[in-house]
Design a protein around this ligand. Sequence first.
Ligand code: 1YM
Length: 639
Amino acid sequence: MKDNYDASAIQVLEGLEAVRKRPGMYIGTTDVKGLHHLVWEIVDNSIDEALAGFCNNIEIIINKDNSITVKDNGRGIPVGIHKKTGISTVETVYTVLHAGGKFGGGGYKVSGGLHGVGASVVNALSSWVVVRVYKDGKIYEAKFKDGGKTEKQLTVIGDCEENRTGTTVTFKPDSEIFDTDIYDYNTLRVRTRELAFLNKGLKLTLRDDRNDDNSTGETFHYEGGISEYVKYLNKNKTPIHDEIIHLTGEEDGVMFEVAMQYNSGYSDSIYSFVNNINTHDGGTHEEGVRRALTRVINNYAKKNNILKDKDESLTGDDVKEGLTMIISCKHPNPQFEGQTKGRLGNSEVRKLADNIFSNGFERFLLENPDEARIIIEKAMTASRARIAAKKARELTRRKSDLDVVNFGGKLADCKEKDPSICEIFIVEGDSAGGSAKVGRNSMTQAILPLRGKILNVEKARMDKALSNEEIRTIITAFGTGIGQEFDLSKLRYNKIIIMTDADVDGSHIRVLLLTLFYRFFRPIVEAGHVYAAQPPLFSIKHGKTTKYVLTEEEKEDYLSKLPESARKGCVINRMKGLGEMDADQLNETTMDINTRVLRKITVADAIEADAAFSKLMGEEVEPRREFIEANATYSNLDI
Ligand code: 1YM
């Protein structure tokens, strides 16, 4: 027994050593994203237990030392000796790479993640792990340290109530592996809530014990599942029918469900998931639904004479205008495809999704003729607008590089043609625009001044947006086209830099531009091409030198480092706006690639960003006013 234990322990360490050598292969990155990934690997085991029908309560706790505890009330990881390894199953699961469900036998794993190797990967990347199992009236405990070395084999450490079962795991990520060891509450919160939406009835609690406020945490629990997700996403929009349409079905062990509701807006919010993982690039499940949606609406509209013979058929784009939809598929053997594995490839799912969706949706339309009419009329309006927009778009499309493009004289383009070194500054106001044109490096820097506020595209359809001159100029300048013709490879600038004043109006203009980019040019934002310039807040002049600083703290810091004597002679000036700077100053402080500070606009979570934009720019005035007054950063969206 002892020899056997040692022998397998050696193999085990070799396996975990491989994880430590190449963590990226298992968890993608070792930055803050990878750090959070560890939590989901452990939570996934609890979710699998919930999907198997044995667990309905999961707690996630951020401890004071940034270790994480995950608790569930499932059956508890099996505690017996494992036939193959000769050590307890708990230790096997935590120390043997590839000790997945197959060791436990029976039941397929549908939740995302590493399919059973998650626990051992987390152990390999942690400085210590404690696993407790509650089962048969006993509390079992095993401990690991230094990347998965068994510190204490599984032993009984006490008694518990006879009927209590479950697993509790605490781990501390290894600071030698990760760039940071600090957990972000909001990142964990967004995903915890999402898991609650995607797994109806499951109760998930998140608690932060790092501050001593005795908080009991937040509990996410949705009996309506993805219907409540749709309701949440439409919260700051105006639904055009009351009921959220929720369709479910199952075929050959594949569970499939869709929830949807149309709103009065013009953009769509369609998100799909497979085994709780967001399939950003869609796939067969999404294709099945989109195909069925277009077909069912056209058939119904023609049959009921709402769409006449002379009318053009409604397209996929027409029927998704203002649609908020969540598609969730749970598949025992998903094939994820594409560079980022964000696409479902299983071809049988297309038909299955089409069948389940079309049967359910057809029935909904038949049973709800008033809603059916509202939905179809919305799609028909979209169709008319699409035809008008196509005409307008032709005017803004750059046909070839030789074409002389009419920028209305506003854009001062750069001379260089290689996009990788070109940048465009979108500048608030004509006067700052004028200084920027003089102060720029005209080889690589293009300037587009904006007069006043641009149109809020959250409240305007594409045809209206395209009739707006400012937006047309932006589209033409970018070179990518929009909508179906969008092509990222045609982007004419590597950096798109928003340059607005550091005040409330500037913040509003920045949000309007980001809304435009996010709704019409999302891949540009996602690929990290969008930046915000950071004009200085103070100039500090002493003698012949002038120092510009971005924040109050920086100012204090700079002053405190000057000798007592120099500080007295300083002239501190609060910069009022871009327009106040002359061309040289603007260049030095905000544009010169050697001295400026840019802030990259990132989208941490597309669904949260979507919700944030509808909140900020939608029908409701209050959230926008609050935002602009607070002028703060918005969660999950670095504005
Ligand atoms: C806080 C983390 O790991 N819960 C958990 C894990 C397992 C089970 C129950 C479980 C699974 C099975 C049978 C089965 C795991 N068991 C295994 C293995 N929470 C957490 N809860 N009995 C209990 O899949 O058949 C791996 S994970 F392999 F040992 F069965």
